[in-house]
Design a protein. Structure first.
Length: 86
């Protein structure tokens, strides 16, 4: 889905500019995941109010990427011999 955001910015001199940004929004699926209260309290110390979901999504994406990298490294084990430089 393509979303457009329009900003109207006025300088101190009274000059108005219209800034328009278009970006893709990935569809989201709402999921209910119970977290222990102490974990939520720690997350809330790290992120500002209203940014908990973005924080958890970014954390999950990072872990997925690391998991893929680990799998690729395991799959490549032994692909090169010590005497064969890349």
């Amino acid at each position: 889905m393509l979303t457009t955001v329009v900003y109207h910015v006025t300088s101190r001199e009274g000059i108005t500019a219209v800034l328009q940004y278009k970006y893709r929004v990935m569809p989201r699926q709402r999921v209910m995941i119970p977290y222990p209260p102490d974990v939520i309290a720690e997350i809330d110390k790290i992120v500002s109010h209203g940014n908990r979901t973005a924080f958890l999504v970014e954390l999950a994406k990072r872990e997925i990427k690391l998991n893929r990298q680990r799998k690729a490294l395991r799959a490549a084990t032994g692909a090169w011999k010590a005497e064969e430089p890349p």
